[in-house]
Design a protein around this ligand. Structure first.
Ligand code: PEP
Ligand code: MN
Length: 449
């Protein structure tokens, strides 16, 4: 800290500053210039002399080191990585996409959205249970029952879930039902809430306040860190400016600025950051390009009829297209590689976690195999009801692709065995259906119809 004295400061005033500094256990280095005197203040607890600016003869106090310690990259050089159920967020990790509805509206709406965002490659499911709305007459969220629905979606789809807390008294319920606790923009400076989530064992996603500077935001993170919770994720979601063409001004420069100041993971919310569906994908790509560790995106089965933030929610198709683009640009890996990585991460946890993950994969495989068989039957139906749907040339090409297209512990021969079995089962389904179609035709002919 540097204290700049006025040009008119007297010897006594300079001495007064030195005495105050030393009485507080800090050191003062006085340098007397032609026009004015400056005093360097050194020590570990500069907060004790935060009032130096009020002393007689002082013109200005300049802080050199950041007022936040735990959040600062001066204090911790290694990047913080936040791990939640096999998903890892932080520099050098894959871009993590969190997606889901602004608000949980019903079990069906949530499950349908969870199924879609998981299929498209999202790694975390979002959904608001308590909605801090600007108007008291707007939909306020379903409350606690929505947290239970999120828990159900987590169990069904195996995605960690994130939801926003508004009341410190709800921390136990959030700990029971969600994997990441969100503190929204309107509560970034709710210090009671920050301290409460700081005592939680769940990671906290801290959104930037509507008009918060980066320093204020990092000091809010400091509240959570200093209360004992090291797992804080920062989320840039746009700030209030004079611009009215967008709901907020998404400050993407905050991402590299934060990179140089903090070790905490940083994600971008292009939904609240723009307020318009058409702007979400371009700003999501821009967020990824500028180095965010993740994105959080609002997705709804029927945006036009959403109970909150429909204008900025993506439809399933729009979300799918965005994920395709993120994959094409290699911000997100192709599903097989991502899943292999998740399987490896899970393998480093408890053996039961690994088994759970295998069960989850088996359930998804069974669903996918059924979906494949349904499509194979559809091909058969469109060709000619009684003809077989398979095409030997395509099958051979599929086997070749399967044998060479992926990496992992299975050898090409083992992979070929899996696909061979799949093709045989698929032919058997097609044959059975062709058989029953022929029998139905014969019966119809026999009855004279
Ligand atoms: C939300 O995520 O739905 C939300 C209300 O966000 P914010 O706090 O950024 O407005
Ligand atoms: Mn919203």
């Amino acid at each position: 800290m540097i204290v700049v004295m006025r040009p008119t400061a007297t010897r006594d005033e300079i001495d007064g500053v030195r005495r105050t500094v030393e009485e507080n256990g800090l050191e003062a280095f006085i340098s007397v210039g032609e026009e004015r005197t400056v005093i360097g203040v050194v020590g570990s607890d500069l907060e004790r002399v935060a009032h130096l600016g009020t002393l007689d003869g002082v013109e200005q106090v300049i802080r050199i080191s950041s007022p936040y310690k735990l959040a600062s990259s001066e204090h911790q050089v290694e990047r913080t990585r936040v791990r939640v159920n096999g998903v890892e967020l932080g520099l050098g990790q894959e871009l993590v996409v969190m997606a889901g509805p602004c608000a949980v509206e019903s079990l069906e709406q949530l499950m349908e959205t969870a199924r879609c965002v998981k299929r498209e490659g999202a790694r975390v499911l979002r959904g608001g249970a308590f909605k801090p709305r600007t108007s008291p007459y707007s939909f306020q969220g379903l409350g606690l029952p929505a947290l239970e629905l999120l828990h159900q979606a987590h169990d069904e789809y195996g995605l960690p879930v994130i939801s926003e807390i508004v009341d410190p008294a709800d921390v136990p319920a959030f700990e029971e039902h969600v994997d990441i606790i969100q503190v929204g923009a309107r509560n970034m400076a709710n210090f009671v809430l920050l301290k409460a989530v700081g005592q939680s064992r769940r990671p906290v996603l801290l959104k930037r306040g509507l008009s918060a500077t980066i320093e204020e935001w990092l000091l809010a993170a400091e509240y959570i860190l200093s209360a004992g919770n090291p797992n804080v994720i920062l989320c840039e979601r746009g700030i209030r400016t004079f611009e009215t063409a967008t709901r907020n001004t998404l400050d993407l420069s905050a991402v590299p600025v934060l990179r140089s100041r903090t070790h905490l993971p940083i994600i971008v919310d292009p939904s609240h950051g723009t307020g318009h569906r058409a702007l979400v994908a371009p700003m999501a790509l821009a967020g990824a390009a500028v180095g965010a560790d993740g994105l959080i995106i609002e997705v709804h089965p029927d945006p036009a009829n959403a109970r909150s933030d429909g204008d900025q929610s993506l439809s399933f198709d729009e979300f799918g297209a965005l994920m395709d683009e993120l994959r094409r640009l290699q911000f997100v890996r192709a599903p097989d590689a991502a899943q292999t990585a998740a399987a490896v991460t899970a393998a480093s946890g408890e053996i039961e976690d690994v088994r759970d993950r295998i069960d989850d994969l088996d359930a998804r495989l069974a669903e996918m195999v059924q979906e494949r068989a349904t499509l194979a039957l559809e091909v058969q139906r469109r060709r000619e009801p009684t003809a077989h749907g398979h095409d030997v040339r395509r099958e051979r090409a599929l086997l070749e692709r399967a044998a060479t297209g992926t990496t992992g512990p299975m050898s090409p021969v083992e992979l070929t065995m899996v696909f061979d079995a799949l093709l045989r089962a698929s032919r058997s389904v097609q044959r059975r259906h062709a058989q029953s179609a022929t029998e139905a035709d014969a019966a119809a002919a026999g009855s004279g119809r």
